[in-house]
Design a protein around this ligand. Structure first.
Ligand SMILES: O=P(O)(O)OC[C@@H](O)[C@@H](O)c1c[nH]c2ccccc12
Length: 392
C-alpha cells in the first residue's frame, strides 16, 4: 500500500480484479487516497466515509465510491488533483487555487475554526443552499429520487433546440427566464403564473425556458418547474438552481428538467467533471456558467463541455456589463468553434442592439429574464427584444 500512497496515479489506472464488491472498492479507495475520497465523498454525498457498516447510509457511500472508481478509468481523476487532495488541502483551498472566491461553510456542521461570515451575496446564497440541501436530502434520500426518475419521461435535447432556433431565425436562440424576483432587483412581477408565462414565451418563439427553483432569493420552486413540465410545454427546460451537490441534479431530473446550471465560480473543476458525468447518465444538458476569463479557460479545458453561458452580471456585487461577453469571447472564438461549444450570452439584455452586440461577439443563444418578465405580456415582449417576430 505504501507505494500506492506514493504514487496514486499508478494505482488509478489499474483495474484490480480483486475488487469484487463496492465495499471492497470503498475500503481500497480510502486506503490509497484517503483524503481525496473522504473529501469527495463527503462533498458529493454529505456522508462520512469513516464509518462503514451495512446501513443504507453506508451503502450509499459505497455506491458513490464505486462510481468514483469508474471515473478513475475515465481519467476523471488526474494525478495532480489527487495529490492536491492528498496533501491535506481543504475543499476551500482547492477552490481558491482555481481562482474561486466563493467558500463553502460546510454547514450545517460548524466550520473548522468557526465564525465564518459571508463575503458577498453569492457566498450567502451558497451557504444557505448547503443547509437547504441537507434538509431536502434527509426528507428524500437519493434512492427515493432515483425511484421517481424511473417513472419520468425522457429528456428533450436542449442544445438541439437552441441550434435549430438559431438556424431558423438567424438571431440568437432565446432561453426565456421564468423568474419572479431576484436579490438584485426585488420583485420583478407581482402577478406571477409560471405556466401562463411559460406558455406565452413558447408561443412567441422562445427555444428553451429557464425556471428559477431557488425559493429564498428568487421566489422560485421545483413545483414551478414540475408544473411547467406537466402543462404540455414543449420547450426544453433549464433548472436554474445553485447546484452544489449531486442530489440536486437527480432532483432536477425528477422534477422535469432537461438541463441544469453549473456555476464555475462556485464549483471546482473536479465537481464540474463529476457533475457533467452525472448529467450525461441522466440525459441532462449542463449549462456551465462563467463570469471571467479564468473561469472560461478552466471550463474550456474540461472534456465534454458543450454549452457555456457567459454571465454579464457579477453575482458577487450585481454589476451588469454586457461587454463582458465580448471581452471573454474575443480570443477564444476559434477554440469554441473547434470544440463545437454553444455559447449563451446571459443577463442585462434589453434591446435589439444588446442582442446584436452579443451576437456579433459570438453567442448563438441568449438568456433573458428581467426585460421580458417585467412587461405586461412577457411573450409579446420578445418581439421588442429582437426587433422582430421570431416565432415563425
Ligand atoms: O434578468 P436578466 O438580467 O435578463 O438575467 C437573466 C439570467 O441571466 C440571470 O437570472 C442569471 C444568470 N445566472 C444566474 C445564476 C443564478 C440565478 C440567476 C442567474
Amino acid at each position: 500500500m505504501e507505494s500506492l500512497l506514493a504514487n496514486p496515479s499508478a494505482k488509478l489506472s489499474i483495474s484490480n480484479p480483486s475488487f469484487t464488491s463496492r465495499r471492497a472498492i470503498l475500503t481500497e479507495s480510502l486506503h490509497f487516497a484517503p483524503r481525496y475520497f473522504s473529501n469527495s465523498i463527503r462533498m458529493t454525498s454529505g456522508l462520512s466515509p469513516l464509518r462503514c457498516t451495512n446501513s443504507p447510509e453506508d451503502k450509499e457511500i459505497s455506491s458513490v465510491a464505486s462510481a468514483m472508481y469508474e471515473y478513475q478509468t475515465d481519467e476523471f481523476i488526474n494525478a495532480k488533483e489527487v495529490r492536491e487532495w492528498e496533501s491535506g488541502k481543504s475543499i476551500n483551498q482547492i477552490a481558491a487555487n482555481q481562482g474561486i472566491t466563493i467558500r463553502r461553510s460546510c454547514r450545517p456542521a460548524p466550520p473548522a475554526g468557526g465564525g465564518m461570515v459571508p463575503r458577498n451575496i453569492l457566498e450567502q446564497i451558497i451557504w444557505d443552499k448547503e443547509v437547504e440541501v441537507t434538509q431536502f436530502k434527509q426528507r428524500m434520500p437519493r434512492k427515493n429520487v432515483e425511484h421517481l426518475i424511473k417513472d419520468a419521461s425522457p429528456t428533450r435535447d436542449f442544445i438541439r433546440a437552441l441550434k435549430d432556433s438559431y438556424l431558423r431565425t438567424g438571431v440568437p436562440a432565446l432561453i426565456a427566464e421564468v423568474k419572479k424576483a431576484s436579490p438584485s432587483r426585488g420583485i420583478l412581477r407581482e402577478n406571477f403564473d409560471p405556466v401562463e408565462i411559460a406558455r406565452t414565451y413558447e408561443q412567441n418563439g422562445a427555444a428553451c425556458l429557464s425556471i428559477l427553483t431557488d425559493t429564498k432569493y428568487f421566489q422560485g420552486s421545483f413545483e414551478n418547474l414540475e408544473k411547467v413540465r406537466k402543462a404540455g410545454i414543449k420547450c426544453p427546460l433549464l433548472c436554474k438552481e445553485f447546484i452544489i451537490d449531486l442530489w440536486q441534479i437527480y432532483y432536477a431530473r425528477a422534477k422535469g428538467a432537461d438541463a441544469v446550471l453549473l456555476i464555475a465560480g462556485v464549483l471546482p473543476d473536479i465537481d464540474i467533471k463529476y457533475m457533467l458525468k452525472t448529467c450525461r447518465e441522466l440525459g441532462l444538458t449542463a449549462l456551465i456558467e462563467v463570469y471571467n476569463e479564468r473561469e472560461l479557460d478552466r471550463v474550456l479545458k474540461i472534456n465534454g463541455v458543450q454549452l457555456i453561458g457567459i454571465n454579464n452580471r457579477n453575482l458577487e456585487n450585481f454589476v451588469v456589463d454586457i461587454s463582458n461577453t465580448q471581452k471573454l469571447l474575443e480570443n477564444r472564438i476559434q477554440v469554441i468553434k473547434d470544440k463545437d461549444i454553444t455559447v449563451v450570452g446571459e443577463s442585462g439584455l434589453f434591446t435589439p442592439d444588446d442582442v446584436k452586440f452579443v451576437h456579433d461577439s459570438g453567442v448563438k443563444a441568449v438568456l433573458v429574464g428581467e426585460s421580458l418578465i417585467k412587461q405586461e405580456d412577457p411573450g409579446l415582449a420578445i418581439r421588442g427584444l429582437f426587433g422582430k417576430d421570431i416565432s415563425k
